[in-house]
Design a protein around this ligand. Structure first.
Ligand code: SAH
Ligand code: MG
Length: 880
């Protein structure tokens, strides 16, 4: 071992040593590394955007050297510097076992003692060990904390990868060949340097031995029935932390402790420590006794762990020679579990374990909150140690505009196909195609994990073709899935019933308080709430989770159903309190409550979860914001005026609003003196109808004392139903309105509505409005400055739809062809007009309007028995 440079006193890392020797002549070049570029997948492989890996090329005057691959640039640079130091101090050796010997001799050198390295900390701490173990370093830590050692062992015996025992024998054997002898303790698989370190080397590291340090860790019993148990370890500087862990595990000393890989983030130093059985030393057969398999620890680490295990965040790092540690709580464990399923990853990314849900579909980038589907999928793969997913974009150029589809493949480590998703839907933006495909996969995975939670009979690991766009071969990750079903019994709620319907019946009892507000949220709005979730039991309360500002898009199932329903009923500034279904124990423990209090509350019966929330803000969808900001009067006002004008001209008494939503048209009509006597609104959204009922009710009850307005109105009715099916109560009205509704249905249903309305409902006049796609250019131009969606700013194609819920938006020609065909088929005449913009000026009106007029007299009264719609609200005038 060359002794040059070993005289320095201060603590230095490899990079600092290189700097001392070479100064500016040492040049570091960082490159990004993609580890899945060779999957031979057809189509374009797009660059990986998620956290990428780095490799560093260090150029020195005599040679250059390449580092291993790391998540952080810093680590890659340190690794390159370290490799350069080795090369500088050692003659080149060909043979891997020779290299292992020289690596070991470097690890016990004076130089290594005083640099910051994950392993040098162990060497220093070993000198604090008492009695006969003083100076002995457990062999088990060497391959864990020195990648060079573990790589060399791998090249000596490739099959050692998953066999820690074999690795340790290789290192022990190599240590007997060191020129400067190292003591080998066979009893305790440990190594000790024979010659003492010189005092100046020992002094080069300053440690405060008087300081007491404690760290919270967790015991994870191998019996799944036993709960994880918090412990506190004394890891003061005058001890060796591995000994403290050994004591808790009942192991003779640190060398009897085996270490897992890092759990969660690879830079976390969170590991599982377990007791190697007594046979650990020489008899490897007993080592793999399955009855002691610790399912929870094995699932978390992806390695076989036997017996009880300790979960701790502790270790030495590159950047400092002090011991790094962080407390681990039961919640840490449950969060690590959550981080292995898509919903869990999403909930954690939102820091809302008890409120957030992973939306089943991807809407728009600007309305999505939390980690994007693609990032969730990449995290999922990383957590399961699968290669990064492979994305292929299929771009179609022949349409009027370029569109993209995205296929995704997920492979196992051994390159078996686990999942292939090939949605047929095309998108204008490539990123939308990718996010949608990922979202599709995530919902499949969630469903699959839920299925694993069911009784074992329900467990099938057969390949499944799900729908028409997804192949899944779970047998290629069956080991993981089996462990999952043992470990995460309740992590995902199995009961989906509450999600499926959002009818009025399911609204939990809640208590809205605060001044009445004009501002409500409807689907597609971004709402911002604050909330607290408590565990309550007979007057006792424990705060589990709290968020001061929590945003989500209403109507996308981005939060628990109870919260979504209640917020949908609230005005800005109002607060509500409601009870929700008790989630799984795992989720409750993953929240921020005090574990002891939570356990005691849960152990007594009658425990429930209570939320209190306040609606802070509502941001309307882009469409509504544009309509208000760009037109005066606002576009919706102009549509109302348009309808009023037709009512006046025709003297209509009976009006039907098809797709009335929350009743904006009906409500406004009541502000004008008209000839109307009967009005009906119909919609498929019960939530919107409930809001319509509320506003109409308050207006009609005040209007009854105001004889000037709406004096003629005799009845108002709100019905829940789809306007594509006939209901005789809507037959033969004087005027039908269908404003900004058809674009919310798939095109074929819009046409079905057209046919049904003109052939069965038979209004005398029908007014249909829908956005004019050609006008979007203008809307976009004038709103992009005020928009926060920065991705869209750079988009070359500004013409996206105005609202996430729009299934289509038509040009003037498309709309006129649609309407003229319908009119011709059903003996109506049709004329075209619009609001927003001016007649004859390109690109036409903002909202285009078709006015159909019935060209025939009705002969019979229609079938009065057809009444499929449900009455939501029924008002009759009391004047008679
Ligand atoms: N006409 C209202 C609402 C427009 S939003 C206004 O101008 O303010 C579109 C509405 O169409 C939504 O409330 C939606 O629930 C409703 N809708 C969509 N498909 C429908 C269908 N098949 N039957 C009835 N209503 C429908
Ligand atoms: Mg619309």
């Amino acid at each position: 071992m060359a002794g040059e440079g070993s005289s320095k006193k201060e603590t230095v890392n490899p990079k600092a040593i290189i700097h001392q020797r070479f100064g500016d002549k040492a040049r570091y070049n960082i490159e990004e590394v993609q580890d899945n570029s060779s999957n031979g997948c057809p189509g374009l492989v797009i660059p990986q955007k998620g956290p990428c890996l780095y490799r560093c090329n260090l150029e020195l005057p005599e040679f250059s050297i390449v580092s291993d691959v790391f998540k952080r640039k810093k680590d890659a640079m340190q690794s390159a510097a370290e490799k350069a130091l080795e090369k500088l101090s050692d003659p080149p050796v060909e043979d891997a076992s020779d290299q292992l010997v020289s690596r070991l001799s470097y690890l016990f050198s004076n130089e290594f003692y005083s640099i910051c390295h994950p392993l040098s900390g162990h060497i220093r701490a070993a000198l604090q060990r008492a009695g006969s173990l003083n100076g002995f370093v457990p062999i088990s830590v060497m391959p864990i904390f020195d990648s060079k050692i573990s790589n060399l062992c791998k090249s000596i015996k490739p099959e050692t990868d998953s066999k820690p025992l074999e690795v340790m024998s290789i290192i022990r054997d190599a240590s007997t060949r060191l020129s400067e002898p190292v003591l080998v303790s066979n009893e305790f698989m440990s190594l000790k340097r024979t010659t003492p370190y010189p005092p100046e080397v020992l002094e080069s590291i300053e440690v405060d031995f008087d300081q007491k340090t404690y760290v919270n860790v967790l015991r994870i019993p191998y019996l799944v029935e036993k709960v994880v148990e918090p412990l506190t370890l004394d890891v003061s500087a005058n001890t060796y932390y591995m000994d403290a862990i050994a004591r808790e595990l009942g192991a003779a000393d640190a060398s009897m402790v085996s270490l897992s890989r890092c759990i969660g983030k690879s830079s976390s130093e969170t590991r599982l420590y377990s007791h190697a059985p007594n046979s650990y030393k020489w008899n490897k057969e007993d080592f793999e006794d399955k009855s002691y398999l610790n399912a929870r620890a094995s699932y978390l680490s992806g390695q076989d762990v036997y017996g009880d295990a300790i979960l701790a965040t502790i270790g030495y790092l590159w950047k400092s020679c002090d011991l790094f540690l962080e407390d681990v709580y039961p919640r840490t464990y449950y969060r690590l579990l959550m981080n292995k399923v898509p919903t869990g990853i999403y909930k954690l990314s939102r820091e809302a374990v008890l409120a957030a849900e992973l939306p089943p579909k991807f809407g728009t980038r600007s309305n999505w909150r939390g980690l994007f589907p693609r990032d969730i999928l990449c995290t999922f793969c990383r957590q399961h140690r699968l290669p990064e997913p492979v994305f292929s974009l299929i771009v179609t150029k022949d349409a009027p505009e370029e569109t993209s589809r995205c296929e995704v493949k997920i492979f196992s480590k051994s390159q078996n196909l686990i999942l292939h998703c090939y949605p047929r839907e095309s998108f204008k933006k490539q990123s939308d195609a990718i996010q949608n495909a990922c979202s599709r996969i995530l919902s499949l995975l969630n469903d699959y994990f839920k299925k694993l939670n069911m009784p074992r009979e329900g467990l099938t690991l057969t390949p499944c073709r799900n729908g028409l766009d997804l192949d899944f071969y779970p047998e290629h990750i069956s080991k993981e899935l089996n462990l999952f079903s043992l470990v995460c019994k309740n992590l995902l709620a199995i009961d989906d019933d509450t999600k499926q319907s959002n009818g009025v019946d399911d609204i939990p009892s809640y208590n809205i308080q605060g001044p009445d507000s004009e501002v409500f949220a409807s689907n597609g709005c971004i709402v911002c709430v604050c909330y607290s979730a408590f565990l309550v039991n007979e007057g006792e309360k424990e705060l589990l989770e709290k968020n001061d500002e929590f945003e989500f898009e209403l109507g996308t199932e981005a939060v628990i159903p109870e919260l979504e329903v209640v917020v949908g009923q609230m005005g800005v500034g109002q607060s509500a309190r409601f009870k929700a279904k008790l989630p799984s124990l795992e989720l409750i423990f993953a929240a921020n409550g005090d574990p002891a209090r939570v356990s005691s509350l849960l152990s007594s019966r009658g425990c429930s979860l209570e939320y209190s929330t306040t609606l802070l803000r509502v941001t309307e969808p882009l469409e509504d914001r544009m309509e208000k900001a760009l037109f005066s009067p606002s576009l919706s006002k102009q549509r109302v005026n348009y309808a009023v004008q037709h009512i006046k001209e025709s003297g209509a008494t009976f009006l039907v609003d098809f797709g009335c939503g929350s009743g904006s048209l009906l409500d406004s009509l009541l502000d004008y003196p008209t000839s109307l006597e009967s009005i009906i609104g119909v919609d498929i959204s019960v939530k919107a109808l409930a809001r319509a009922a509320k506003t109409l009710h308050s207006k009609l009850s005040t209007n009854s004392t105001n004889p000037v307005q709406s004096s003629r109105l005799k009845s108002a009715l709100l019905l829940d139903g789809s306007i594509t099916t006939f209901d005789s109560r809507l037959y033969d009205c004087d005027i039908g309105t269908c404003l900004e509704v058809i674009e919310h249905m798939p095109e074929d249903q819009a046409t079905q509505f057209g046919n049904v309305v003109l052939s069965s409902f038979c209004p005398k006049i029908l007014i249909v409005s829908t956005p004019n796609y050609e006008y979007n250019v203008i809307l976009q131009k004038s709103t992009t400055q005020t928009q926060e969606d920065d991705e869209d700013k750079n988009s070359a194609k500004p013409c996206k739809f105005r609202n996430f819920d729009h299934k289509f938006e038509w040009t003037r020609e498309q709309f006129q062809v649609w309407a003229s065909d319908l009119a011709g088929k059903h003996n109506y005449s049709v004329g075209f007009s619009g609001v927003g913009g001016a007649e004859g000026v390109e690109p036409g009106f903002a909202s285009q309007i078709a006015v159909f007029k019935r060209g025939f007299e009705l002969t019979e009264g229609g079938d009065l028995a057809v009444v499929p719609y449900d009455v939501v609200w029924d008002w009759r005038s009391t004047d008679e």
